[in-house]
Ligand binder design. Sequence first.
Ligand code: KG4
Ligand code: ZN
Length: 335
Amino acid sequence: NEDVYVLGIETSCDETAAAVVKNGREVLSNVVASQMESHRRFGGVVPEIASRHHVEQITLVIEEAMQQAGVSFASLDAVAVTAGPGLVGALLVGVNAAKALAFAHGLPLIGVHHIAGHIYANQLVAEMKFPLLALVVSGGHTELVFMKEHGNFAVIGETRDDAAGEAYDKVARALGLPYPGGPHIDRLAHEGEPVIDLPRAWLEEGSYDFSFSGLKSAVLNALHNAKQRGEEIDPRQMAASFQASVVDVLVTKTVQAAKEYRVRQVLLAGGVAANRGLRAALQDKMKELPDVELVIPPLSLCTDNAAMIAVAGTVLYQQGKRADLALNANPSLPL
Ligand code: KG4
Ligand code: ZN
């Protein structure tokens, strides 16, 4: 039984990341170079700027990850890279770097789906027990994923418009908060009370889909109308009310699905999993399912990173899945 060392590379959005993970369990290094500062003044990620930063950073970040891990390229078993979804120009930088390394060192190349990565971050915290349900909430995704075994993903619900993190960022912008706004709303929400009546998009009976654009519009309208009347809305109360609406829908649907699909585990994944209100509400509601384990990774594994890509890559490697050197970036890669 040989140890398996996988180098993970992630460049799908605005973080240039590389990590080495041993046996899909042990993080030997996890380097993330964030471009947040470069995008902040634009109020969002600018794809062209993201690509250029990735090109600048990728080699340094990979070298640092290898150095911190203390392993040589020759002792790696595979190179895993995010092949999609994401910004195509950003993805291409990681895919090309991974191909070059795989080619130069004669290593197997593994293409990883970004969301599979977010879900597999949980394996660094707990052993995955199937069947399981994962709530993936990030700036680009809001999905409920049912897994009956490793590598088997069924999307049972997804957003029909904005992703949860996207809604957070847009509402934050309307409140004059810096990008990315999620953490700021989270902080304000804890200083306020959810006294403003905002809609909750439950959609059709039994649907596990989400919708956050109506809620976002309701917030923008309320702010606009107040301004017209010369009134002031307390941003803490708006943040608390918005967060209550988002969290209520996410938690209710997740626990409902966990019951219907009789899962053994519920996993939280993606950048919005950092939200304190969401974590607390999910922990509380899961008391209705005492036999189901709730796993929530630490913050550093919730936001974009390459350790999660290395873990998902290790599982694929162990299943014998390989990409060839024609691997391409696919901005709308299906899970
Ligand atoms: O997973 P991630 O790092 O990147 C994507 O793949 O999108 O997620 C970033 C998103 C942003 O929208 C950010 O505002 C949101 O996660 N986020 C939060 C919190 N921390 C990050 N949203 C709500 N509360 C937070 N504490
Ligand atoms: Zn992500």
